[in-house]
Design a protein around this ligand. Structure first.
Ligand code: MG
Ligand code: ZN
Length: 358
C-alpha cells in the first residue's frame, strides 16, 4: 500500500515537474524585437548619470527603463579602454587594441551588428554629434587599424553599400581631402542625398547623410536640439515593415568630461536625456523595439562629494582628464530587455542582441 502511494506520488510529481519545465521554457523563449536601438553615452559612467538625476527636477529618461546592469569596459590591450576599442566591443562583440576600429587585434575586420542587420534586410542608421568618422560611429560602419584615419573612414562610408541614414558632423573629411576627391559629389552619383542640415531632407526613402559642420558639432547647449531632432528624423526615415537598427551617440559627454567641465557635462546629459525620451516614446508606441543604452567607458574619474567631508553639500570632483577603469551602466527597454541586467562584459551586449533577434 505504502509503496503504491509512493509510486503514485512520484508519477504525479514527475508529471508536474516536467510540465512546469515545459511551460517555463516557453516563458523564457527569447522574444524577438523587430527594431533595435543602441544608444551610447560616450564617457558616461554611473556618476555622469547620477549628475543628471541630482540636477533634474523632473523624472529622467534613465528612470523609465525597467532593467539595468553593468558593463566591464577594459580593452584587449589596456585595463582602461579608449572609445575605439570600447565601441568596437559593443559594435562587433570582440575585444580589440586601443585605437582600432571594427577589427580584432590581428587587424581582421569583423562585421558589426549594424552590418549584420543590414544584410538581413533591415534599414540601418547612425546619429552622432561628433564627426561621423569619429571612433564610436566608425566602430559600427567602418574597419580601420587606427581611429585617426578619418579620411580613410570617410572613403569607406562613401563606398558603403548598405547604410540608410547618417547624421552628424565631419564634412571636411569628405570634401577637404589629401587625395582631392569630392566624396560628397561621388555619394550623390551613387544614390545618396547629402545635406548640411536636417531641414533640407526631402525624401525620407533615400539614403541620406547630413554633415552639419566641418568637424565636431559645437557643445551643448549652443548646439540646440540637433541630437533629439536628428534622432526623431532617423526614426521616421528608418521605420519600415522589415525593421531597423539605429545607433545614437551622446558623443560629447566624453568631451565635457575630458575638460572636467561640470556645467557642460550636465548640459550634455540633458541633451542625451531628451534624446532618450524621444527614443522611449517611439519604443513605447511601437511595442516591438529593443532599446539598449550604455557607455564605452567612463571619462574624468568623476565623483560627487562634500569637499569638507561633512555630508551636507555636494560638489563634482574630477580625478583625471582621461578615461577611468570603472564599469559603466546599461539600461534596457522592450522585448528581450531582461537579458541586460547583471554584470557583463562589454562584448556580451552585441552577442545578446544577436541572440535575441535570431
Ligand atoms: Mg564617441
Ligand atoms: Zn574620451
Amino acid at each position: 500500500m505504502k509503496t503504491r502511494k509512493l509510486l503514485a506520488f512520484l508519477l504525479v510529481a514527475t508529471a508536474l515537474f516536467s510540465s512546469s519545465c515545459t511551460s517555463n521554457n516557453e516563458k523564457q523563449a527569447p522574444k524577438s524585437p523587430k527594431n533595435v536601438i543602441v544608444m551610447i553615452g560616450d564617457g558616461m559612467g554611473p556618476t555622469q548619470v547620477y549628475s543628471l538625476l541630482l540636477t533634474s527636477n523632473e523624472k529622467t529618461a534613465f528612470e523609465r527603463f525597467p532593467f539595468s546592469g553593468f558593463s566591464i569596459t577594459k580593452s584587449a590591450s589596456n585595463e582602461i579602454t579608449d572609445s575605439a576599442a570600447g565601441g568596437t566591443a559593443i559594435a562587433v562583440g570582440k575585444k580589440t587594441t586601443n585605437k582600432m576600429v571594427g577589427m580584432t587585434p590581428d587587424s581582421i575586420a569583423v562585421p558589426s551588428m549594424l552590418e549584420i542587420f543590414a544584410d538581413q534586410g533591415k534599414k540601418t542608421g547612425v546619429v552622432v554629434t561628433c564627426s561621423v568618422t569619429h571612433a564610436t560611429p566608425a566602430d559600427f560602419i567602418a574597419h580601420n587599424i587606427n581611429r585617426n584615419n578619418n579620411e580613410e573612414i570617410a572613403l569607406e562610408i562613401a563606398n558603403k553599400e548598405k547604410l540608410d541614414v547618417l547624421f552628424g558632423g565631419g564634412k571636411k573629411y569628405f570634401t577637404e581631402r589629401k587625395d582631392s576627391v569630392d566624396l560628397i559629389g561621388k555619394m550623390w552619383e551613387n544614390g545618396w542625398n547629402v545635406y548640411d542640415s536636417l531641414e533640407q531632407i526631402e525624401d525620407n526613402n533615400a539614403r541620406t547623410m547630413v554633415v552639419a559642420c566641418r568637424k565636431h558639432m559645437v557643445k551643448a547647449p549652443e548646439r540646440g536640439d540637433f541630437l533629439p531632432k536628428a534622432t526623431a528624423k532617423a526614426l521616421e526615415m528608418l521605420d519600415n515593415e522589415n525593421g531597423f537598427f539605429l545607433m545614437v551617440e551622446g558623443s560629447q559627454i566624453d568631451f565635457a568630461c575630458h575638460d572636467n567641465d561640470s556645467a557642460t557635462l550636465v548640459e550634455e546629459m540633458r541633451d542625451f536625456n531628451n534624446t532618450l525620451n524621444v527614443v522611449l516614446d517611439f519604443a513605447e508606441k511601437d511595442g516591438n523595439t529593443l532599446v539598449v543604452v550604455t557607455a564605452d567607458h567612463e571619462t574624468g574619474g568623476l565623483t560627487i562629494v562634500d569637499p569638507e567631508g561633512k555630508y551636507t553639500r555636494t560638489d563634482f570632483k574630477w580625478t583625471t582628464g582621461s578615461h577611468s577603469a570603472v564599469f559603466v551602466p546599461i539600461f534596457s527597454y522592450g522585448p528581450g530587455a531582461e537579458n541586460f541586467s547583471g554584470i557583463m562584459d562589454n562584448t556580451e551586449i552585441m552577442k545578446k542582441i544577436m541572440e535575441i533577434t535570431k
